[in-house]
Design a protein around this ligand. Structure first.
Ligand SMILES: *[C@@H]1O[C@H](CO)[C@@H](O)[C@H](O)[C@H]1NC(C)=O
Ligand SMILES: *[C@@H]1O[C@H](CO)[C@@H](O)[C@H](O)[C@H]1NC(C)=O
Ligand SMILES: *[C@@H]1O[C@H](CO)[C@@H](O)[C@H](O)[C@H]1NC(C)=O
Ligand SMILES: *[C@@H]1O[C@H](CO)[C@@H](O)[C@H](O)[C@H]1NC(C)=O
Length: 212
């Protein structure tokens, strides 16, 4: 009895949630191209193929530095869409940046896709059709290799209903913020006699401030 009830409930919830998957948006209606503003110069690199981490590294022009204020220039082209529809932009982790990390796992159900940060778009409410957006990653963007996904959000849809998508072919890398501040290194050197205290400070910096 109870089991049948639970099954019924599950069935009902499944219907109610109407989990929309990516296959409903194939082929992608939007094309996305990326270029990069690295230290004030715009680069249009060849798409970086996501084979391994290393494959992206030699291309300096696809290494986006957060401390330098570098940015990703995203251009898209697609259909005008129904009135009131808007576009959301989000980052997708590359295969190499998602491997062995269940919290970045891909899911065919769009709303559950953690590989593409569907729950955390970095920009929402953009008009449909053609356009561009300059995204400057912040300190809370994990250093990783990414591409960009676009989703067209249907106006007044509850739960969120997507009507079109696009994904950049090119990948880019957000460089790790690797530099220990020089004042901290100096402190470690000069005050090595009060080692434990400095060490505690360093570990605090490593663990609390310099979080990935
Ligand atoms: C995606 O949705 C379509 C249509 O609703 C369905 O036929 C297909 O089996 C679903 N695929 C997955 C992987 O859930
Ligand atoms: C690149 O970014 C700098 C600021 O970091 C800005 O002054 C410049 O206009 C940008 N150039 C392009 C081509 O977007
Ligand atoms: C990433 O992995 C998926 C699933 O294994 C695969 O279909 C896709 O081609 C891979 N992407 C790249 C760019 O290698
Ligand atoms: C989602 O969009 C499709 C196609 O426009 C429509 O048939 C469906 O009713 C919509 N669902 C929701 C929950 O708005």
């Amino acid at each position: 009895m109870a089991r049948a009830g639970i099954l019924l409930l599950l069935g009902f919830c499944g219907l109610a949630a109407a989990a929309q998957n990516y296959s409903s948006l194939q082929p992608p209606a939007y094309t996305i191209t990326l270029s990069f503003n690295i230290s004030g110069t715009e680069y249009n690199p060849l798409p970086c193929v996501d084979l391994t981490n290393r494959a992206c590294l030699p291309q300096a022009s696809t290494c986006v530095s957060v401390p330098n204020g570098d940015s990703v220039i995203i251009r898209w082209e697609g259909p005008a869409g129904a009135a009131g529809n808007t576009l959301s932009l989000m980052t997708c982790f590359s295969n190499s940046s998602a491997v062995d990390r269940p919290w970045r796992k891909a899911n065919a159900v769009i709303s559950k896709d953690k590989k593409c940060n569907v729950e955390k778009p970095f920009k929402q409410g953009l008009p449909t059709g053609s356009g561009s957006y300059v995204w400057t990653p912040g300190a809370n963007t994990p250093p990783a290799i990414y591409n960009i996904q676009l989703l067209e959000v249907q106006a007044n849809s509850d739960p969120t209903n997507y009507t079109a998508m696009g994904r950049s072919v090119g990948f880019f890398q957000i460089q790790p913020i690797n530099s220990t501040p020089s004042w901290l290194l100096a402190m470690v050197g000069v005050f090595s006699c009060i080692g434990p205290l400095t060490l505690a400070g360093f570990f605090t910096w490593e663990k609390v401030i310099k979080k990935d």
